[in-house]
Ligand binder design. Structure first.
Ligand code: HEM
Length: 207
């Protein structure tokens, strides 16, 4: 909002709840991915292993301990984020409507360096990516549960197409999250004025 002198006053564009859950989530995802890579290396699905220097846990049992600890953090924090996003109207207001056509158009504009990326207002490509990564995390959690407890949760494991398919689903959900992160972190760091408000909540931007 502009004051009498016409200057924009800082406004809260990311509520405290979103900021806290976002950074807790980011920490949990990093722990899950890096410990997951170590677990993968113990029994690779494909013809490659992840560089040990980019993994967490030191050995299989250590990595499993990290993975299971961060799993509770991710699931509980994720549920709090989803509940807040739905009840407060944040998702409805800021993520929807989603248009594939406009998202594609935004990617073209970004390529020409003309994309609107104002802090506090998500463009169509961001909306699609945020909803996409939230779905990928949900798929990762359910496929993870299916391979963690294939006997107790056999209905879920069967729904995933069996243990082996659930493992593949889990791997590709991880790959989708990592692909999102490469783009997300590059934009967060590279686009001026976007990162600081995710810590402070405030920016001189119209909502
Ligand atoms: C590790 C997993 C991460 C996931 C799953 C994730 C996901 C998300 C999502 C869903 C949002 C939208 C939040 C909302 O308004 O409800 C968001 C926003 C944001 N994230 Fe992340 N994020 C992650 C990590 C990071 C990291 C490491 C950084 C910084 C280097 C970062 C920087 C930001 C920024 C700056 C915004 C606000 C963007 C804007 O206002 O245009 N995120 N993130």
């Amino acid at each position: 909002m502009a004051d009498a002198a016409g200057a924009e006053k800082p406004q809260t564009i990311h509520p405290l709840f979103i900021r806290v859950t976002h950074w807790v989530n980011a920490f949990a995802i990093f722990v899950m991915v890096l410990s997951g890579w170590r677990i993968y290396n113990a029994s690779p699905l494909f013809g490659f292993e992840f560089p040990p220097g980019f993994t967490l846990g030191g050995w299989l049992a250590g990595a499993l301990a990290w993975h299971f600890a961060a799993m509770w953090l991710l699931a509980l924090n994720g549920m709090a984020y989803l509940a807040y996003g739905i009840v407060s109207g944040h998702f409805r207001r800021d993520f929807f409507p989603i248009s594939f056509k406009r998202a594609l158009n935004d990617v073209v504009l970004a390529g020409r360096g003309r994309l609107d990326h104002a802090p506090g207002r998500y463009n169509a490509a961001q909306r699609l990516l945020y909803v996409g990564v939230i779905l990928a995390v949900i798929v990762a959690i359910f496929s993870g549960l299916a391979i963690w407890k294939p006997v107790q949760l056999q209905g879920l494991t069967a729904l995933m197409g069996g243990y082996d398919v659930a493992r593949l689903v889990h791997f590709f959900a991880m790959a989708a999250i990592v692909a999102f992160l490469v783009v997300h972190i590059a934009l967060a760091v590279g686009v001026k004025g976007v990162l600081a408000p995710m810590f402070t909540g405030r920016a001189e931007a119209p909502r």
